[in-house]
Design a protein around this ligand. Structure first.
Ligand SMILES: Nc1ncnc2c1ncn2[C@@H]1O[C@H](COP(=O)(O)OP(=O)(O)OP(=O)(O)O)[C@@H](O)[C@H]1O
Length: 264
């Protein structure tokens, strides 16, 4: 299989233990097998402490597995990181206050050594995509929380990553902003063919966004269900549709089947 037709992400027999063999040893993930197709949108949901962020960090090569393999675009995760195969956006937008919006978006391109003219053009293209073309010269503090989050998404997309990793990026936003950003994110992913792993605590958000909702349980963290969602093209009517509510009911039932994490 060539790198271009390999899956976006492949986790095989992944196991992660923190502080192995030491006091406070935690098995964060066990027996995780998951294959994500190119262009697919995966939502990860599960009780607190079930290993969602750990799974995302393993794919991002921010941490290494204790066992099993993590492959991104047909390459080991470490090689994919060096090749900038993915962009990351977390709950906090994480913008640099002293940089303008455009220069925040340019940052990953700067780190990559992209020439100035090209990175400026790319940043402007990405800002237009998230509807912030008129705010390029503003500073983050002059923007609302939702706008800052859109800048973070533009920055994550600036290197045209085939894979987008998002850890509760809309968690801190009000419902209306959140729903608008969900639509924008889907539009961007469809326009760019990006594959996405999106961690959320919201069942409706997971169902609205995802092609498949991956349900996890804690102690030890593992995948307990994968719920396919077939709602076609999303829009305002989707949020009122029987299929949407049916998806929510299915994911809720899958979550109820999982033990709730008790943090010691
Ligand atoms: N660096 C670390 N060192 C030790 N234990 C860790 C570390 N990171 C995570 N853990 C533990 O691994 C388990 C999974 O954590 P993780 O953050 O992946 O869960 P989560 O599902 O993302 O939780 P939440 O929904 O609360 O964000 C937890 O028990 C956590 O305490």
């Amino acid at each position: 299989m060539s790198a271009t037709d390999s899956p976006a992400v492949e986790l095989a027999g992944v196991h992660k233990v923190f502080h192995a063999g030491r006091p406070g040893e935690v098995t964060a993930l066990t027996g995780v097998d998951l294959t994500i197709a190119r262009g697919e949108f995966i939502a990860l949901i599960g009780p607190s402490g079930c290993g969602k962020s750990t799974l995302l960090r393993l794919v991002a090569d921010l941490i290494t597995p204790s066992g099993g393999t993590v492959t991104v675009a047909g390459k080991p995760a470490g090689k994919a990181r060096l090749d900038q195969e993915y962009g990351i956006a977390f709950q906090q937008a994480g913008l640099f206050e002293w940089r303008t919006v455009r220069r925040n978006v340019e940052l990953p391109l700067e780190l990559r050594g992209t020439p100035k003219r090209e990175r400026r053009a790319r940043a402007e293209e990405m800002l237009a995509l998230v509807g912030l073309a008129d705010f390029a010269r503003h500073y983050p503090a002059q923007l609302s929380g939702g706008m800052q989050q859109r800048v973070a998404i533009a920055r994550a997309l600036a290197v045209h990553p085939p894979l987008l990793l998002m850890d509760e990026p809309f968690g801190a936003l009000d419902e209306m902003t959140r729903e608008r950003l969900q639509d924008e994110l889907l539009r961007i992913c469809a326009a760019t063919g990006t594959s996405t792993i999106f961690v959320t605590h919201s069942v409706p958000e997971a169902v609205y966004l995802a092609d498949r909702v991956v349900v996890m349980s804690a102690r030890p963290g593992r995948i307990t269900d994968v719920v396919p969602i077939d709602l076609g093209e999303r829009g305002e009517a989707t949020r009122q549709s029987p299929g949407f509510f049916a998806g929510i009911t299915t994911v809720r039932a899958a979550l109820r089947g999982t033990p709730v994490a008790v943090e010691s």
